[in-house]
Design a protein around this ligand. Structure first.
Ligand SMILES: NC(=O)c1ccc[n+]([C@@H]2O[C@H](COP(=O)([O-])OP(=O)(O)OC[C@H]3O[C@@H](n4cnc5c(N)ncnc54)[C@H](OP(=O)(O)O)[C@@H]3O)[C@@H](O)[C@H]2O)c1
Length: 303
């Protein structure tokens, strides 16, 4: 039986990876500060120590410090300790074992020009500490010969990030978004988990991972809101106004460095430009995304 070490299995994506691996018959080690949903817990604080990966045949690294702190803020050092130094410690422990390193499409350079991006799109110009530290961590993983997966906006059961944030942004039946609607790739957590478990056999390098087709932003968000029983109209803030508000929020947050701004240039960038991931490289390895947003909406409504 294959033994798979999954880091971050107490979190959203890692829990799905660990549960899917166990359902497919693997022995699972959940490596992290807290246990995962299945398997044996191997304690590890990525910010401090080298993990014990004894017995593992392969490693899927989902652990990361996530969030949207301003670049250069004290929070960036804490993120770096996990996303960069923690990666280095993980790679050291992994040795010759295959490593699948879960990265993010947040590593790609912001701005326009992402209406269909391959893995060669530039990795630079990050607007927050998350993008910067994920890019630095994945550079270490790539240099060590890992397979690096770049999902975008992962959604699914147990998501503690996107859907709660979206629901909290609806005020008086109105959701305000920057600029007119755009095309966006999103990644169902089941599609990511499937890729994580197949990718150990792929040639080393980076792979975009997303649902089969991109979504119209406004339609997709309405689909999610209505699945959660929230009726809301979408309003559009001019892009320049949204950018200026985000810049001001970030400047004010620098005065209270341990907090995250309510609106950031990163969030505006992620919502206001088309970002479509070309997944043909992963598909050429035999992976095919099977789930989409309508499956998620149906599952939420059936609960
Ligand atoms: N969710 C998305 O939309 C999205 C999009 C693109 C890429 N990703 C990537 O997917 C991966 C998983 O993200 P997620 O959404 O599942 O985040 P999450 O729910 O916040 O889970 C993060 C995991 O990392 C672990 N972790 C954090 N600091 C740690 C430390 N010091 N030592 C050990 N473990 C630590 C957490 O463990 P604790 O329980 O101990 O805190 C948790 O298990 C990340 O690499 C993220 O960059 C996510």
């Amino acid at each position: 039986m294959t033994t798979i070490a999954v880091t971050g299995a107490s979190g959203f994506c890692g829990a799905h990876v660990a549960a899917t691996a166990a359902a497919r018959g693997a022995d699972v080690l959940c490596v992290g500060r807290r246990p995962g949903p299945v398997g044996r817990h191997v304690p590890w604080d990525a910010a401090r120590e080298v993990p014990d990966l004894s017995g593992a045949d392969l490693v899927v690294h989902c652990a990361a410090a996530v969030g949207d702190p301003v670049p250069g803020s004290p929070a960036e050092a804490a993120m770096r300790a996990v996303n960069v130094d923690g990666t280095s410690r993980l790679l050291q422990a992994a040795g010759d074992r295959p490593v699948v390193w879960v990265s993010s499409a947040s590593v790609y350079a912001p701005g326009p020009g992402r209406s269909r991006i391959t893995e060669d799109h530039p990795v630079r110009g990050h607007l927050n500490a998350y993008g910067r530290t994920k890019a630095a961590g994945e550079a270490l993983a790539l240099a060590a010969g890992a397979v690096v997966l770049r999902p975008r906006a992962v959604y699914g059961a147990g998501d503690p990030h996107l859907v709660p944030r979206l629901l909290s942004r609806v005020r008086r039946g109105l959701l305000m978004l920057p600029g007119p609607s755009v095309r966006l790739s999103l990644t169902a957590v089941e599609n990511l988990a499937d890729a994580c478990l197949l990718a150990a056999d792929w040639p080393p390098g980076a792979y975009n991972i997303a649902d089969p087709t991109p979504y119209d932003r406004d339609e997709a968000l309405c689909t999610v809101l209505s699945a959660h029983g929230v009726r809301a109209r979408i309003g559009h803030i001019p892009l320049l106004v949204a950018r200026a508000a985000a810049g001001t929020a970030e400047t004010l947050t620098r005065l209270r460095p341990r907090t995250e701004p309510p609106l950031t240039r990163y969030a505006v960038d992620q919502l206001a430009h088309s970002v479509v991931l070309d997944v043909s490289k992963a598909e050429s390895q035999g992976w095919k995304a099977g789930r989409g947003l309508l499956d998620y909406a149906a599952a939420v409504l059936a609960r």
